[in-house]
Design a protein around this ligand. Structure first.
Ligand code: DGY
Length: 327
């Protein structure tokens, strides 16, 4: 019997390709070439599965053109690259990679918070530029993390991980805003209390964004929200580009309407708004919150398990549209 055919859309661990090859005919993009949509569609012809990394758009136009496609397995917890309604309408399963990256991503959220609050990269650039000639009492004074108020917008697994680090490790007062309130036990575990978005923005010393991207969360933070924040506050975005209005943020940073920001994700990435590149009080990283070798291996492993499970036994471990499985 012919093996199912799978396309791997981006370069990935050789061990991942080897494992997929145990079950499938595999075409992979190990050169990491930038495929146009037309080329992506052409390569998907005859493929039952595709391994995506979160940046390849799967929409109705693509699905219309790829009638053999049955599963798209994202190596990412976020799946805003999927048009889930179109996939469901076409009977195509989408899967994501939750849980395996929670702690690693929460670590990074905290690292970015600390680097931002304590001006780590700005001061390093100063030192590397040879500008450090003497100690000064006010040189690169930042804001305290311990004992401050941490405001988390988006209290899923990663948000909870950041809350625990803040409350238990740094003695922070944790407030959060979420679509739905956590149950009492989870709130107690995280030592977190619920706040309206407005109250959170007005009172938090450090605001961390961990909400999934959707039309509803587009520009959760824009000029009006930035205006509510304290002038001493920091803003951290490890969620998705588009959750923050980057142009409005760059202006607020330039005018010191908030103290600083730490951004791992950007509107239109890998392009970065040019104004963000010229303001000093922002720490910028290239979407690396889940980037440790064990975690990236685990994410690739889960995407592979989803492809193998679904295409060999009709079972997906982490479907985002499970209704398709029961049809
Ligand atoms: C995710 O898993 O959604 C991350 O942003 C990808 O690295």
């Amino acid at each position: 019997m012919n093996k199912p055919q799978v396309l791997v859309a981006r370069a990935i661990f050789p061990e991942t390709i080897a494992r997929l090859e145990e079950h499938f005919e595999v075409e992979s993009n190990q050169d990491d070439a930038a495929w146009s949509k037309a080329e992506f569609i052409a390569r998907l012809q005859g493929k039952q599965g595709v391994f995506t990394t979160g940046s390849e758009r799967i929409d109705g136009e693509l699905l219309d053109a790829c009638p053999d496609l049955k599963i798209c397995a994202n190596m990412a917890v976020g799946y805003n690259n999927f048009d889930v309604d179109a996939m469901t309408a076409h009977g195509v399963v989408g899967t994501n990679a939750p849980d395996v990256l929670t702690e690693t991503t929460a670590d990074f959220g905290f690292a970015l918070l600390m680097a931002t609050a304590r001006r780590v990269t700005e001061s390093e650039h100063y030192l590397r530029a040879g500008k450090w000639t003497k100690w000064a009492y006010d040189m690169f004074s930042g804001s305290d993390v311990h004992g401050s108020t941490l405001g988390i917008i988006g209290m899923g697994r990663i948000g909870q991980g950041i809350a625990k680090r803040g409350a238990h490790g740094f003695g922070m007062k944790v407030i959060y805003h979420n679509r739905s309130r956590l149950d009492a036990q989870l709130e107690a575990d995280c030592k977190a209390s619920y706040a309206s978005k407005e109250e959170l923005l007005k009172t938090a010393d450090h605001v961390v964004l961990v909400v999934p991207y959707s039309a509803a969360s587009h520009h959760t933070i824009g000029a009006a929200e930035l205006a509510l924040m304290k002038p001493t506050a920091t803003l951290i975005n490890i969620a998705r580009g588009g959750i923050v209005d980057d142009a409005a943020l760059a202006l607020a940073l330039r005018e010191r309407r908030i103290a600083a920001a730490g951004l791992d994700v950007f509107e239109g990435e890998p392009k970065v708004h040019p104004d963000l590149l010229t303001v000093p009080n922002v720490v910028l990283t290239p979407h690396i919150a889940s980037a440790t070798v064990p975690t990236r291996r685990a994410m690739a492993g889960l995407a592979t398990d989803n492809l193998v499970g679904f295409l060999t036994q009709g079972k997906a471990l982490t479907p985002v549209n499970p209704a398709v499985l029961t049809r």
